[in-house]
Structure formats: structure tokens, C-alpha cells
Design a protein around this ligand. Structure first.
Ligand code: G3P
Length: 218
């Protein structure tokens, strides 16, 4: 499973880059607001740091305007994935932008039929929002499982499942088990995946014993 990082904070992205674990970045209007900087500058800077897809979301709601915005965003860099919402107009914009050779991420997916439509519209990525379904008492992970089954039934759908609204390391594990192609995670969740108290405890014991040997490797 690939990891995208869900942030518009360029400093966080620069810090994560050396790990080699960051296969792309996703942003949305709320994350741009949080960054407090002009969107075009932020996306351009992220694209300089990250080779993989960088999602930049349109804010128009009508297809023609979405397409115009999408073309402008796609012109920022070759690795921009235009993000459009899962509405009828969004699907029209997805088809056009995809036909023009752009990567398209269809976002705000909350059921399997929406994902089927996005696949048919030529989406590069479909973004089911796990955490927000959990928030209303629906098991978000079931949606990943359903989409996996549907997409695997049809060879002509090449859309990747991008598990989004991931809030916890357990979400990451379950998304991987359900066959998500990508998980987009906040930086803190990505860094949290490495943590285990027995790892810390075991390392402390090894280092204490090593100290007693009086040796040095270098
Ligand atoms: O990728 C979409 C994500 O940013 C939404 O996350 O936590 O706001 O539901 P959240």
C-alpha cells in the first residue's frame, strides 16, 4: 500500500521526505485554509518536494468552471492530481480532465455506487472518507471492502482506492487489510505507525547491555 500525506504544510512535507515513505500528498480547501498561504504557491512548493501525485482541489461547483479550475491547477506541475467532488458535475469534470491526460482524484465518496461512477468517469483515485463515516456510526472500512470487490470485478476500471479521512494507526492497518491501494494520512498518524512500547523498552535494554560491554562499532 502506498502512503500519501494529508497536509498543506510544506515544512511537514519537507521533514517527511527523507523517509521515502511519502508517495504523494493530498490537500483540500480546509487544509489550505489551515496553511494560511496562497493555494497556487503551496501546491507549486509541494510539487517541488514530492515526485508523486499531489492532489489540489477545485472549488467551483459547476462542471465547466471545475474544468477551467482543474486545467489551471494541472498547469502548476506534471504531478498535480486535480481533485473534484463526487457530484454529477464533478463526474463530468472528471471525465473531461481525465480524457485530457490529467490525474483526477474524486473526493467525498461515502458509498460504493459513488465509487462505481467515479471509476466509470475515469478517476485516477477514488477517496472514500473512512473517519467521517465512523463519525456517524457507519463502519467506514466496510466501504473500502465493497469498493475493492466492485473494482476487482471490472478490468476496465483502473481507479485506485485512496483511503481518506484516516485518523488512527488502526485505520491504516484495516485499510491495508481491505486492499486499499493508497492511504492518505496526517503526518502525525504516519509517524505514529512506527511506535510500539515494547520496541522502546527492548531498545533501551539492548543499549544498556551494549554500554556494559564497553565496545563501539565505529
Ligand atoms: O483526505 C481527506 C481528509 O483530509 C479528511 O479528513 O479528518 O477531515 O475527515 P477529516
Amino acid at each position: 500500500m502506498k502512503f500519501f500525506v494529508d497536509t498543506a504544510d510544506v515544512d511537514e512535507i519537507r521533514e517527511l521526505a527523507p523517509s521515502g515513505l511519502m508517495d504523494g500528498v493530498t490537500t483540500n480547501p480546509s487544509l489550505i485554509m489551515k496553511a494560511g498561504r496562497p493555494m497556487m504557491d503551496v501546491i507549486a512548493e509541494i510539487c517541488d518536494v514530492v515526485e508523486g501525485p499531489v492532489s489540489a482541489e477545485v472549488t467551483a461547483t459547476e462542471a465547466e468552471a471545475m474544468i477551467a479550475e482543474g486545467r489551471k491547477l494541472a498547469a502548476i506541475a506534471k504531478n498535480v492530481a486535480v481533485k473534484v467532488p463526487l457530484t454529477w458535475d464533478g463526474l463530468i469534470a472528471c471525465r473531461t480532465l481525465s480524457n485530457e491526460g490529467n490525474m483526477v482524484n474524486v473526493t467525498l465518496c461515502f458509498n460504493a455506487n459513488q465509487a462505481l461512477l467515479a471509476g466509470r468517469a475515469g478517476a485516477t483515485f477514488i477517496s472514500p472518507f473512512i473517519g467521517r463515516l465512523d463519525d456517524i456510526g457507519i463502519d467506514g472500512m466496510e466501504l473500502i471492502e465493497e469498493i475493492r470487490i466492485i473494482y476487482d470485478n471490472y478490468e476496465n476500471i483502473e481507479t485506485e482506492i485512496l483511503a481518506a479521512s484516516i485518523r488512527t494507526p488502526n485505520h491504516v492497518k484495516l485499510a491495508a487489510m481491505a486492499g486499499a491501494d493508497v492511504a492518505t494520512v496526517p503526518p502525525a498518524v504516519l509517524k505514529g505507525l512506527v511506535k510500539h512500547p515494547l520496541t522502546d523498552k527492548g531498545l533501551a535494554a539492548f543499549l544498556a547491555d551494549w554500554e556494559k560491554t564497553g565496545q563501539s562499532i565505529l
